[in-house]
Write a protein that binds this ligand. Structure first.
Ligand code: SF4
Ligand code: SF4
Length: 401
């Protein structure tokens, strides 16, 4: 169970002072300057102000200097620092978003790619700037028939929140078709919002564009109120994160599950249906929002091991020590900025580890990772073929036809 965050921490206009007035904020000042956070940060060596130094500057009254630095633009919201802090300081939930927002305000210019994404999300409800009218196209194309709430006009058990990459991009749509196939195989009563859905806003929040996040939250909360359902399920690790951690501050109180957790719970019913043997050696990449942030380490591995023929091998960094794909906290749209700063793409660091395992497949459970790893594999040399697949794609393949 995640401890609730106080509303003062999420409202637009929250400042370092208002944060320090809350119990979670006060905990920041209990820092013992051990440096575990900086040492574990995958981009710590590129930051003038990693978390330990931010707190030091805060105590000494020099926090404005931190805001002028671009250190926090290099934070990919991977939760590694927070997971290792011996004082239990919620760095990625509480301190870093505030510092990020102030960093964005104080930069002479925001990296163009990120700026465009934030504008697109505000204007169109998705980071890619696609028409909201096309959001549902994947669900009706090529004979696919996915129930849509506005059309079926009845309560459902599961409201499936699809999200942006899984609605608009081809490889994300593969994920969505796999989820639909699995829901149908399990006899789950579900429907989607279709064109009424907008981005859940997790990355808007984690880049601390708080106004954008509030706009998206208010919108989605109104849409949820239109319909009757028992629970929300999403295959997007970031939407799952937003619904668990931030939306409750706005009155969201629906049970929410990630598809990985749901399908793992349904394994007694699902496993007998996984009849097709897949002779793959698979290595699983722990998504930050599912692993470090939600403790879902065993569930995706249990699902993979339930597929006949799959052999699971681990990368050097796994579970709590997994290396981020580099896509969180706005990192998805900062590759050009990172390159200009001479920073290695974390997705490249990660696929090198995956290649070293000898696996045929990198299994993932966050839609961002498909793009990041497929892209990284184009530039990292490897002798043996290796592909990227979402866990749900492998499950759907094992269902057979
Ligand atoms: S790990 Fe926690 S206690 Fe240690 S320096 Fe970082 S914030 Fe402070
Ligand atoms: S959230 Fe990750 S990238 Fe950001 S400061 Fe912490 S360890 Fe570094």
């Amino acid at each position: 169970m995640v401890a609730m965050l106080e509303p003062e921490l999420c409202e637009k206009g929250a400042t370092i002072e208002t944060v320090l007035d809350t119990p979670e904020g006060k905990r920041i000042l209990t820092c013992i300057q051990c440096g575990m956070c900086a040492g574990t940060c995958p981009y710590g060596e590129y930051m003038d102000y990693p978390p330990r130094r931010i707190i030091n500057m805060l105590r000494r009254g020099f926090i404005e200097e931190v805001f002028k630095s671009d250190s926090m633009l290099r934070c990919v919201a991977c939760y590694a620092c927070m997971s290792k802090c011996p004082r239990g300081i919620r760095l990625s939930d509480v301190l870093l978003p505030i510092v990020k927002e102030q960093t964005l305000i104080n930069q002479p210019e925001i990296p163009a790619e990120l700026q465009k994404t934030l504008q697109n999300t505000l204007r169109y409800g998705n980071p890619m700037g696609e028409s909201s009218r096309k959001r549902v196209n994947w669900a009706t194309a090529n004979g696919t028939k996915v129930p849509i709430m506005a059309e079926i006009k009845r309560p459902v058990d599961v409201l499936w929140f699809v999200e942006c990459y899984t609605a608009y991009y081809q490889r994300g749509q593969d994920n969505s078709r796999a989820v639909a196939k699995l829901f149908n195989a399990l006899g789950i009563d579900f429907a989607i919002l279709g064109n009424e859905e907008k981005c859940a806003g997790d990355c808007g929040q984690l880049t601390w564009e708080s106004g954008l996040f509030e706009t998206l939250t208010d919108y989605n909360m109104e849409i949820f109120k239109k319909y009757k359902f028992n629970r929300i399920v999403t295959g997007d690790a970031h939407a799952f994160n937003a619904f668990r951690i931030r939306y409750p501050m706005y009155g969201f109180n629906y049970p929410v599950e990630h598809t990985t957790g749901l399908f793992a719970r349904c394994l007694p019913q699902l496993k007998p249906k996984l009849t097709k043997k897949l002779n793959y050696t698979v290595t699983y990449h722990d998504a930050c929002c599912l692993g470090r942030r939600a403790g879902l380490y065993d569930e995706p591995r249990d699902l993979l091991l339930a597929i006949p023929g799959i052999k699971l091998v681990e990368m050097t960094h796994n579970r709590v020590n997994s290396i981020c794909c580099g896509g969180g906290g706005g990192g998805m749209w900062l590759d050009t900025f990172f390159k200009q700063k001479g920073m290695e793409r974390l997705s490249e660091r990660r696929v090198k580890e995956a290649i070293a395992t000898g696996a045929d497949v990198i299994a993932v459970s966050c839609p961002y990772e498909i793009y990041r790893f497929e892209d990284a594999l184009k530039v990292i040399p490897h002798d043996k073929p290796i592909i990227v697949r979402d866990v749900v794609e492998l499950l759907a393949e094992a269902l057979g036809d």
